[in-house]
Design a protein around this ligand. Structure first.
Ligand SMILES: [Zn+2]
Ligand SMILES: [Zn+2]
Length: 130
């Protein structure tokens, strides 16, 4: 993904009131951890704030998080790290269901469950670089 496809927006933390930057690639609802006070902050990115072409062709710009390795039955792990606040595609290895995930926290094991077959995919994320 080229950097021109990533929008850097300023948001204010509800808890501590400090401003911070977030990187987004499409409109939607986001949840990120405030870099100052570490509280979770929710915010909405409007169509006006994010590039319009992202809305028209999301499947070309939302990257896949990576190959999921089987750990045990109905449980897979993605080794590649996502970036907090960025949307990704995750393909269910059991039924090929396409799920969209947005990592909300860095350094923690996050899980998403396939709503079609119930398979769990675990993954980790890192904080976006300034
Ligand atoms: Zn804060
Ligand atoms: Zn599935």
């Amino acid at each position: 993904m080229s950097t021109s496809e990533i929008k850097i927006l300023k948001r204010q933390c509800d808890s501590c009131g400090k401003a911070f930057k977030v990187k987004v690639v499409m409109p939607g609802r986001y949840r990120v951890r405030c870099p100052h006070c570490k509280e979770m902050v929710r915010f909405v990115v409007s169509k006006e704030e994010a590039p319009a072409k992202m809305v028209i062709a999301p499947r070309f710009i939302v990257p896949e998080l990576g190959h999921a390795e089987k750990v045990r039955d109905k449980f897979y792990v993605i080794k590649k790290r996502g970036i907090v606040g960025h949307p990704y595609k995750a393909i269910c290895p059991d039924c090929n269901n396409e799920m969209s995930i947005i990592p909300t926290e860095a350094g923690k094991v996050l899980r998403t469950k396939c709503d079609k077959c119930g398979t769990t995919i675990a993954y980790k994320a890192v904080e976006p670089k300034e």
